[in-house]
Ligand binder design. Structure first.
Ligand code: GCU
Length: 678
């Protein structure tokens, strides 16, 4: 079924003549060390990969007895590996070494690590080298993840509806669990392990408390059993009001001893079923969810109470900073910082605070969240949205590797120059807790993500969580080779499309720093005119502030002063019209329609240019894609062709609707060469 997308980037297609002999010579024999479930998984992946790529499965042996053997395991389980004296020190549990060595007088490749999961990661990397046609002779790789927790957050409801999901129903079939462990759960674990993902939150942050009931916990335990050999720990979103909703208590006040005892007993119960349970993810006092503030307690008091229940078992609490309140008239972009910055140093040492990449909500572009670097005593985890809620759902081609790399590479200046967001994330503040979370785009569609190109976003998330300083382009290239094939012209063309795709979306939806212009509720399509929703900060007009005079949100010192939440260097950069990057202009400033950009163009003309550029880029991607027809199987080619038609149509819709609305305020003509909206 390689052509229906099910295999993801683990397609393992025949490598073809150029590579066949070379790879076959390097894969003549499998020599696993130890017999754990994880090593067994590594063996079965090698068999699957080698059978697919080379047409045959090498024999298995207890020791290296021929040239081309692959020896894999830990020094603890293999005296031969121990004797090779490999540089495993400093690689932690998850790192690995892949090296060409001589064993018993034979050429061999050793894949070694300090733990079996590290070995499995090494095996996946070995197979990836073959899939991307890298040489195996003389291989010498030493790698370890820079972040400890590399997690997916599923926003899956217990009725299998996926909040902001565009790829079918939830993978978790609660009705047939725990008895039926569908093979697809194993394939999910394989895909995640192949990119180093080691944690999964199974349920929506808008959490149904029922997940904590015994009948659901048994089902959760069954999934944890499937994922365990692949190094994946299960976490749950916990509803802070659960003691009331399902526990029969009258309060969920974190300082109430009965509430504390309830959570402690709940944690004990969970760990009896799932000894390596990861912990709780919590959305509290946000968008209607219950939380400690209902009892006049702080976020830290709420988080620490749960942390105390999990602590004896080694579990952690991941507390979300995505808060903004109906009672608060402060600029929404400022509220998370205002709430959490004063709590720095007040969280228990098994609490992480999970911060979205930007201060509003997963927009096509946002400046980085001001909390990064601003909580020197609190381990922060970055949360990105893999599912494209605000970027055209599953049909628009938008490679998000570039978006995440843009944030990760940004310098917060919080501890001097070079304190990039990536560096902030890599610093566990002495707790060893570091991480990144991605809101999953996975559902039960045959292709998992609702489109081929959205698989790239799952893949890129894993790679960047492993190494936040990784290159979005290199990641796109690896994914393209594994997903579409090795023809160099095709690879260049597809990578080129991917690299400009997200900027195209920014241009046709929300150019020059605009944000949150999407239609109400579903967030698909334009709605910059919407002004009558019950909460002001849900209205697009709150963000564009467009009127007869101009457009943009003044967050400088003359406005909401959100810039003051950044380090002085960054505040100065964003705060001045002379230095603010064009891409962030209307995020930080309100300017007249006739404002002169540094290019000499007026703001109005520049805005129109950006909308048109967005549409033109999509048209260009369509032309590029059409030329690739000879290289791509029919089903995947036809589907993407159709999806790009949808994207082009939507891009025009965005462009026309946005220009028509803003023109009704600016009353300005379109610059020469740009079509009036119909
Ligand atoms: C967005 C999204 C919601 C989600 C929320 C969150 O606002 O639209 O569906 O619940 O983010 O991250 O909690």
């Amino acid at each position: 079924h390689a052509e229906d997308g099910y295999a993801l980037w683990l397609r393992y297609r025949p490598v073809g003549q150029t590579w066949d002999a070379r790879y076959t010579a390097a894969a003549t024999q499998l020599v696993p060390a130890g017999g754990s479930a994880t090593i067994t998984a590594a063996t079965s992946e090698l068999n699957r990969g080698l059978r697919g790529m080379l047409g045959a499965v090498p024999g298995q042996a207890a020791s290296v007895s021929r040239d081309g053997a692959i020896l894999y395991g830990t020094p603890a389980n293999s005296r031969v590996i121990a004797a090779l004296d490999l540089p495993l020190k400093g690689l932690g549990n998850d790192g690995f070494v892949i090296r060409s060595v001589r064993v018993n007088g034979h050429r061999a490749t050793v894949i070694a690590a300090n733990s079996d999961v590290g070995v499995l990661y090494g095996v996946f990397r070995f197979l990836e080298r073959m899939e991307t046609r890298e040489p195996l002779a003389g291989v010498d790789v030493r790698d370890a993840p820079k972040l400890k927790l590399r997690m997916l957050n599923h926003w899956d409801n217990l009725d299998r509806h996926v909040e902001r999901g565009y790829a079918g129903l939830s993978l978790w079939d609660w009705f047939t669990l725990p008895e039926w462990k569908a093979p697809r759960y194993t394939d999910y674990a394989r895909a995640n392990a192949s990119i180093g993902i080691n944690g999964t939150v199974l349920n929506n942050v808008n959490a149904n408390p029922d997940i904590l009931r015994p009948r659901f916990l048994k089902k959760v335990a069954a999934l944890a059993d499937v994922f365990r050999p692949y190094g994946i720990h299960v976490y749950l979103s916990a509803n802070f009001g659960a003691p009331v909703a399902i526990g029969g208590l009258k309060t969920a006040d974190p300082l109430d001893p009965k509430v504390q005892a309830w959570w402690k007993a709940k944690a004990d119960e969970i760990y009896r079923l799932i000894p390596d349970f990861g912990g709780f993810l919590v959305k509290a006092n946000s968008e209607g969810q219950p939380g400690p503030q209902d009892y006049h307690r702080t976020h830290a008091q709420g988080a620490n109470m749960l942390a105390a229940a999990l602590k004896p078992h080694g579990g952690i609490v991941i507390w979300r900073a995505f808060v903004y309140s109906a009672q608060n008239s402060e600029d929404r972009a400022k509220q998370a910082y205002s709430e959490f910055k004063p709590l720095d140093g007040k969280f228990a040492d098994n609490v992480m605070v999970q911060v979205k990449n930007g201060p509003i909500d997963f927009q096509p572009r946002e400046p980085f969240h001001p909390l990064f670097g601003a909580m020197p005593h609190t381990p922060l985890m970055m949360e990105v949205e893999i599912t494209k809620e605000y970027l055209g759902f599953n049909t628009h081609l938008a490679y998000l590797g570039t978006m995440w790399a843009e944030v990760l590479d940004t310098d917060t200046w919080q501890h001097g120059q070079g304190t990039t967001v990536a560096r902030v994330l890599e610093d566990g503040k002495g707790t060893g807790l570091t991480g990144m979370a991605g809101v999953s785009n996975i559902g039960n569609d045959r292709d998992w993500t609702g489109s081929e190109f959205d698989q790239a976003n799952w893949y890129a998330f894993g790679r960047l969580a492993w190494n936040p300083q990784g290159s979005a382009e290199a990641i796109a290239r690896d994914w393209t080779k594994m997903t579409w094939g090795e023809n160099p012209q095709m690879v260049d063309a597809i990578v080129g499309m991917m690299m400009e795709s997200r900027e195209a979306v920014v241009n046709y939806m929300t150019p020059l720093g605009l944000a949150h212009q999407m239609a109400t509720g579903h967030h698909h399509g334009p709605g910059p005119w919407v002004h009558n929703l019950s909460r002001p900060e849900w209205n697009p007009v709150y963000y564009n502030r467009a009127d007869a005079n101009g457009i943009g949100f003044d967050r400088s010192a003359t406005g909401s002063d959100a810039i003051a939440q950044y380090a002085p260097h960054v505040a100065a950069l964003f705060g001045s019209l002379n230095t603010v990057p064009d891409k962030d202009l209307l995020w930080f400033h309100h300017v007249p329609w006739t404002y002169r950009m540094r290019s000499g163009q007026t703001l109005w003309d520049s805005l129109i240019d950006h909308y048109d550029k967005g549409v033109a880029t999509v048209a260009q991607m369509q032309r590029t894609w059409a030329l690739l027809k000879p290289y791509i199987d029919k089903q995947r080619f036809d589907e993407e062709t159709a999806f790009m038609e949808i994207q082009h149509h939507d891009a025009l819709w965005w462009r026309n609707a946005s220009i028509a609305y803003f023109q009704s305020l600016s009353k300005l003509p379109l610059p020469a060469g740009h079509a009036e909206p119909p």
